[in-house]
Ligand binder design. Structure first.
Ligand code: FMN
Length: 179
């Protein structure tokens, strides 16, 4: 389904430093706050909820890692785009946003319209949402698919039905937050 075209961000956004300004406990930020993974162009993008992810330091770069199962509509966008973004929302609208973005597919609906959020595009072409509070822009530098032969803990296999995630390691190239 055609998604609402992304427009310029509102003036409330400012560029900030990921090392200094992205706060909180990293495990809580990902597993409890959740984020949207967004990728694509202003007129052809998709986004979905993620509660699995990593933020850290690798190959002398600040990085973020996201995990996308093959059946997600978002997957073709994370495959073909040079960048992906991780978008965080305030508690006041998080439930409304993730109810749509984490349970419905961009294959079938215009998610932004249904969740009443405004898609935006930052200078480097990265997709975000104006109602969010933080946006991490990542340039893809590595990807791979989980190989079940390498699962060392039997509980991991139970989380799959052959649909092993593709993970993308992204160099964090920009961080935007609301003033
Ligand atoms: C809280 C929550 C966390 C999720 N985390 C992930 C994730 O990390 N990776 C993934 O592939 N799917 C994850 N999903 C599922 C997708 O967000 C969901 O299937 C979504 O509808 C896919 O949309 P799409 O088809 O438009 O890409 C999560 C869903 C929820 C509700």
């Amino acid at each position: 389904m055609k998604q609402t075209t992304a427009i310029k961000p509102s003036s409330a956004w400012r560029e900030a430093k990921i090392e200094k300004d992205f706060g909180g406990n990293m495990i809580t930020r990902i597993s409890k706050d959740w984020a949207l993974i967004a990728a694509g162009t202003p007129s052809d993008y998709n986004a979905m909820t993620a509660s699995w992810g990593l933020i850290g330091y690798l190959w002398e770069k600040p990085v973020a890692v996201c995990f996308v199962r093959p059946q997600r509509f978002t997957r073709s966008f994370t495959d073909k785009s040079d960048h992906f973004t991780l978008v965080f929302f305030d508690k006041t609208i998080k439930t409304r946003v993730h109810k749509i973005f984490g349970n419905e597919s961009g294959k079938d609906i215009d998610k932004a319209a249904k969740a009443a959020v405004t898609p935006i595009v930052f200078d480097e072409g990265a997709i975000g949402f104006d109602e969010a509070i933080e946006t991490i822009v990542c340039k893809k530098i590595y990807f791979d698919d989980f190989d079940p032969k390498n699962f060392l803990d039997p509980s991991i296999a139970k989380l799959y039905n052959g649909d092993y995630h593709r993970f993308y390691i992204g160099e964090i190239v920009k961080f935007y937050e609301k003033k």
